[in-house]
Design a protein around this ligand. Structure first.
Ligand SMILES: [Zn+2]
Length: 262
């Protein structure tokens, strides 16, 4: 008997639109690159955020292109505030909430978070009975938002932690991500072994390189979730594919999305 194949992230395209997808049974996790949209500079071209100064009609068009490419009835996103607030999305719901995590058991409803360096964390039931996503920058990571999402999914959908899996999308890598003492201090309060996620910067005193992916991986593994290998690319080092707020300041946002498709 052959061992089961571990699902992998793959680059796909639909027309000019380029995105990455991980298929796990009926669960589809996706990460849209910046390619194939209609936004003009400096948001070129598949900007999915209406909150960064781009023309609203361009963002609406880009969103439609992505919904079509992913085969979704619609996409639900949040007004993101670097919090630990997570919400369940019912089928007939079009409200926009302030928070940083979403989960649902509904089919063909894409849950999305907008990112440009922050880490998107995708959580899903192995049997595809529910999916969720969290927006994890340093504040969201220190607030354990991904862990809170997993706990809520367990409780609401009745899936134990060992029945949940997680994967991660592109984010800023530790080499490109320097943070100051306030971040180090915040992590010290949240994680008993916070030191393992930091490396002192050689160029400046009181500065550290932070590994967002490692911190979130540690958090979810600790809760008993199994990982599916992430799309481990650095947003700051790949300007053709990804927006990076650290690199470009005034720029667009990529969208990370997850859905049950069956
Ligand atoms: Zn990097």
């Amino acid at each position: 008997m052959n061992p089961p194949t571990e699902p992998r992230w793959r680059q796909k395209s639909a027309g000019k639109l380029v995105y990455y997808e991980l298929a796990f049974g009926d669960v589809a996790a996706a990460f849209a690159t910046r390619q194939g949209g209609v936004s003009a500079e400096p948001y070129d071209s598949l900007n999915l955020s209406p909150e960064v100064g781009d023309r609203p009609e361009s963002v609406t068009r880009n969103r439609g292109l992505l919904e079509e490419a992913l085969g979704l009835a619609r996409l639900t996103t949040l007004t993101q505030v670097h919090s630990d607030k997570v919400f369940r999305v019912p089928f007939e719901d079009r409200g926009v909430r302030e928070g940083d995590g979403l989960h649902t058991a509904e089919h063909y409803i894409g849950l999305g978070v907008k990112v440009a360096d922050c880490l998107p964390v995708y959580v899903f039931a192995q049997d595809a009975s529910c999916v969720g996503i969290a927006h994890c920058g340093w504040r969201g990571t220190a607030a354990c938002t991904a862990g809170k999402l997993a706990a809520e999914m367990s409780e609401y959908h009745g899936v134990p932690a060992f029945g949940l899996r997680f994967t991660t999308g592109p984010c800023i890598c530790p080499d490109c991500y320097q943070v100051g003492a306030e971040v180090y201090e915040e992590f010290r309060l949240s994680f008993p072994d916070y030191r393992r996620f930091f490396r002192p910067a050689t160029s400046e005193p009181e500065m550290w390189h932070l590994d967002l992916r490692a911190a979130n991986r540690h958090l979810l593994a600790d809760l008993g979730l199994q990982e599916v290998t992430g799309l481990e690319l650095c947003t700051a080092e790949n300007p053709d594919l990804f927006y990076s707020a650290r690199r470009d300041q005034k720029t667009g946002r990529n969208l990370a999305a997850i859905a049950i498709r069956s």
